[in-house]
Write a protein of this length. Structure first.
Length: 117
């Protein structure tokens, strides 16, 4: 079993920044995929960014150049630095992990990010 605990959401003005953190507990490998998804009201959950180990990183085109995903494998923690936030970034952000060697995946409970003037 894996537990994911997110933190760092909040209210920010357009153009501002936030940093999300997600701490994973359980058997975690650096080969597991960790990442962030988000879900805005009335929309489907969508990929934001994923990271495997520290080398393989993937971003949705809408956040590329503004968001940075990183990972501390020693602490089993994944971060999402969000800069130049836009109104359309408003959503609940979910931490995610897919474990390579167990073939399972888990979600965090989500943290609200609201971008508003």
């Amino acid at each position: 079993q894996v537990q994911l605990v997110e933190s760092g959401g909040g209210l920010v003005q357009p153009g501002g920044s936030l940093r999300l953190s997600c701490a994973a507990s359980g058997r975690i490998s650096r080969d597991d995929v960790m990442g962030w998804y988000r879900q805005a009201p009335g929309k489907q959950r969508e990929l934001v960014a994923t990271i495997t180990g520290g080398e393989s990183i993937n971003y949705d085109y809408s956040v590329k150049g503004r968001f940075t995903i990183s990972r501390d494998n020693a602490e089993n923690t994944v971060y999402l630095q969000m800069n130049v936030l836009r109104l359309e970034d408003t959503a609940v952000y979910y931490c995610y992990i897919r474990r390579r060697y167990y073939g399972d995946d888990y979600w965090g409970r989500g943290t609200q990010v609201t971008v508003s003037s």
